[in-house]
Design a protein around this ligand. Structure first.
Ligand code: AMP
Ligand code: ZN
Length: 113
């Protein structure tokens, strides 16, 4: 079975890419849940956050730095934004290649649904 986020990272599937470097790609979510909704994805395939190893520690830090950069670029950093990584079905994970959601541009409820 193919992985859609590997395909986007490899440019085999189209996406609205907003940032890219050696380790990550970030793109607009196809079904946005807020005025700003982007995903930061490592180019390395990791199916869920439970599969992270010590080898990935720097990568995870880098994913957060990329999210901060996008929040600033999109003008939501000071207002506030939410970073979410869903793990496994009950949390709502539907794509099994880890991704950090960046959501902003509207008031966020807590607790999440
Ligand atoms: P999750 O439910 O946390 O696994 O998040 C998966 C996210 O990927 C959802 O918000 C989807 O809207 C988004 N998504 C699925 N396919 C694509 C795609 N081809 N391009 C952009 N976003 C996608
Ligand atoms: Zn993948």
């Amino acid at each position: 079975m193919g992985c859609i986020f590997c395909e986007i990272a490899e440019k085999k599937r189209q996406a609205r890419i907003i940032y890219e470097d050696d380790l990550t790609v970030a793109f607009e979510d196809i079904n946005p849940q807020a005025p700003v909704h982007a995903l930061v994805v490592p180019k390395k395939h990791i199916s869920t956050s439970l599969e992270l190893t010590d080898e990935d520690n720097a990568l995870i830090g880098h994913i957060f730095q990329v999210a901060n950069r996008i929040a600033r670029t999109k003008g939501i950093a000071e207002r506030g934004f939410r970073l979410v990584m869903n793990c496994n079905p009950e949390a709502g994970q539907t794509v099994f290649h880890i991704h950090l959601h960046i959501l902003g541009g509207r008031f966020m409820q807590w607790p999440p649904g």
